[in-house]
Design a protein around this ligand. Structure first.
Ligand code: RFL
Ligand code: PHB
Length: 405
């Protein structure tokens, strides 16, 4: 087989990359090692930044999101015994968020790939990347019991944190930055009406989060120790613990019901630099992981893929490698901004098992400062909203010209 861009991983990053490249007239093949049903069954992200929403709309993937998604203006923070406060992103920045599940985005991406008969090979096993730093990279794998080879000009490594792409970059080239947190999140999905807002809670019993997918689907999380076993958490126990972590009037408004999904995710910050080696480009969780506290992971995957598709499209249209050469630095600027925000919110909102009385007081005063200080709220709103996508010199100049005219 032959293509211009081989894409490893058919999650949101890989499929969106293939979609955007198609719209720019660039051919790609996606290799995904799981089945389509397994990929669609993942329950993960739910909060989309305005930049992500705008991009999905502009590339024709916004129709169902606009019908089924729920727009909201910011997030609330509550902590023990105190009034909650609202970080009003819409008021400060004119930006909004969309509650729309990653599961639905994945379905939308599959539907769009079906409509253009995209080449997506599910259950492609033992994928291996070759000559990524040469002129003619290729990928070998097994599909339906047959050994296959895919020749290509570029490789998009979109195969998540545990994929093979990042591991194909030599150890003396790759720099890794990592922080592992001493707790995880136990999350449930329940067919019950959610609270009106996304509410992050800091409580002596641990962090909690109330979120939503639609008016009859709620998503809740609680901080748990790393050795927590799912089977020890009945729905009843979950609801009781969740409510105990919210102020009384909020707890009373939480509508409980049977869970339709329950899972535990450990929390980690990780960044790999650079995000490019030769003709291999990493995007999404393959290059970086953030703790879910800032709801940034999927949004970063989308901005990486936007930058990468634009760079590859520009290369094929003009022969210029300028954007390709700038990809890693440009993507990493946005990545580190979100990594920092997620780390800050994780520190602000969780109870750390080894924190001292000093750490605890400092955290409480940080919350107090945020609650009473509009400038601090504006700064947090800017970070929570995510940085705007960077324009390229060419695009900016054309826009300026248009504005002058
Ligand atoms: P994915 O989704 O992991 O997809 C990678 C794909 O690659 C495949 N793969 C391979 N294919 C071929 N060969 C191999 N060797 C392969 N190894 C892996 C996998 O099967 C998979 O299909 O990465 P991608 O596309 O970069 O997307 C990233 C997002 O999934 C992730 O960042 C978000 O889910 C993070 N996240 C959130 N992000 C947000 O922006 N907003 C949120 O509200 C939000 N909430 C969350 C989250 C992640 C969570 N968990 C479970 C970690 C909440 C949670 C609980
Ligand atoms: C979610 O709805 O799954 C969600 C919301 C906010 C976060 C993380 C996850 O910070």
């Amino acid at each position: 087989m032959k293509t211009q861009v081989a894409i490893i991983g058919g999650g949101p990053a890989g499929l969106l990359l293939s979609h955007l490249l198609y719209q720019a007239g660039v051919d790609s093949v996606v290799l995904e090692h799981r089945s389509r049903a397994q990929v669609e069954a993942r329950i993960r992200a739910g909060v989309l930044e305005q930049g992500t929403v705008d991009l999905l709309r502009s590339c024709g993937l916004g129709e169902r999101m606009d019908k089924e998604g729920h727009l909201h203006d910011g997030m609330k923070i509550a902590w023990a015994g105190q009034e909650s406060f609202f970080i009003d992103v819409r008021k400060h920045l004119g930006k909004r968020f969309m509650a729309y599940g990653q599961t639905q985005i994945q379905e939308d991406l599959h539907a769009a790939s079906d409509a253009r008969s995209a080449r997506i090979l599910h259950e492609a096993m033992n994928i291996s990347l070759h000559d990524v730093d040469g002129q003619a990279p290729f990928v070998t794998f097994e599909h339906k019991g047959r050994a296959q080879r895919l020749d290509c000009e570029f490789i998009g490594g979109c195969d998540g944190f545990h994929g093979v792409s990042r591991k194909s970059i030599p150890a003396d080239v790759l720099r890794e930055f990592e922080k592992v947190y001493p707790f995880g999140w136990l999350g449930i999905l329940s067919e019950t009406p959610p609270l009106d807002d996304i509410v992050y809670a800091n409580h002596p019993r641990g962090f909690a989060l109330a979120s939503m997918r639609n008016p009859m689907l709620s998503r809740y999380y609680i901080q748990v120790p790393l050795d927590t076993r799912l089977e020890d958490w009945s729905d009843e126990r979950f609801w009781e613990e969740l409510k105990a972590r919210y102020p009384k009037e909020m707890a009373e408004r939480i509508v409980t019901g049977p869970s339709i999904e329950k899972s535990i995710a450990p929390l980690r910050s990780y960044v790999a630099e650079p995000m490019r080696h030769g003709r291999l480009f990493l995007a999404g969780d393959a290059a970086h992981i953030v703790p879910p506290t800032g709801a940034k992971g999927l949004n970063l995957a989308v901005s990486d893929v936007f930058y990468l598709s634009r760079a590859l499209a520009s290369f094929y249209a003009t022969g210029s490698a300028e954007l390709i050469d700038g990809y890693s630095d440009m993507a990493l600027r946005r990545v580190w901004a979100s990594v920092r925000t997620s780390w800050y919110l994780t520190n602000l909102l969780h109870r750390f098992p080894d924190s001292s009385a000093f750490d605890q007081r400092a955290q409480e005063y940080e919350l107090e400062y945020l609650r009473g200080n509009p400038s601090a709220q504006l700064a947090l709103a800017e970070q929570y909203a995510g940085l705007p996508f960077e324009e390229t010199a060419g695009v900016a100049a054309t826009k300026e010209k248009g504005e002058e005219a």
